[in-house]
Write a new protein. Structure first.
Length: 219
């Protein structure tokens, strides 16, 4: 995994409560290999029956091309435990997801695969999604600004060390909570096994001392 310290990302609003893992990655694509899931993220939402991109789906819109932060609604990632839902996020380039609540298994799968799930108040995210929806039109129509310099979306700034979310929408950065263990894993870019192996010297020292102090426990 890539270490996650700070992120200055383009945010995209995704409406709808209870977006489940079958919507994130339909079951018929679960046999793909890691690295091959990008084209299938939200497949049935992104494409119509003839496999043409749906113009009304946010990630197909020009203003949100390259978005790597999703701003979602309640209970995002509920449903089955398929880890491929997170693989698809990673392969597509999504690095963080903001929501009022998450499906528990999806939340933990995000942490294990380098995607930062952030819980923020529902009212805050509702306002942010509205602002994101309106931002492209506001910025594109901005006067006295050359077209080449106009922004087409809003950027979100995430600092994992300080556990804050900020950016042009926020009057001041908002604090979020994360388990210190997973915070360390994400900052170092490792999963729980790799993190444990990083302490192998200390583990060996502890085991040696335990054998010396309690020899009757040693085989």
């Amino acid at each position: 995994m890539t270490p996650f310290l700070t992120l200055d990302g383009l945010a995209a609003p995704l409406e709808g409560r209870n977006v489940d893992t079958d919507q994130i990655i339909p079951a018929r694509f679960l046999k793909k290999r890691r690295g091959e899931y990008a084209d299938y993220l939200f497949y049935d939402l992104r494409f119509d029956a003839e496999q043409h991109p749906r113009e009304d789906f946010v990630l197909n819109q020009a203003a949100f091309q390259g978005a790597n932060v999703l701003v979602c609604d309640e209970n995002f990632g509920c449903g089955s435990s398929r880890e491929a839902a997170v693989y698809a996020m990673v392969d597509f380039g999504i690095k963080s997801i903001l929501a009022p609540s998450f499906g528990d298994i999806f939340y933990n799968n995000c942490l294990k695969n380098g995607v930062l799930p952030i819980v923020l108040p529902s009212a805050v995210l509702k306002g942010l999604r509205l602002e994101l929806t309106q931002a492209p039109a506001k910025n594109i129509s901005a006067k006295n600004t050359p077209a080449s310099e106009r922004q087409i979306g809003l950027r979100i700034t995430i600092d994992l060390k300080d556990c804050t979310v900020g950016g042009e929408y926020f009057k001041q950065p908002l604090h979020f909570e994360i388990d210190p263990f997973w915070q360390e894993c994400l900052i170092k870019g490792v999963d729980e096994i790799a993190l444990t192996l990083g302490y192998v010297e200390q583990i060996q020292q502890y085991e040696q001392k335990a054998r010396e102090n309690q020899p009757w426990l040693a085989p």
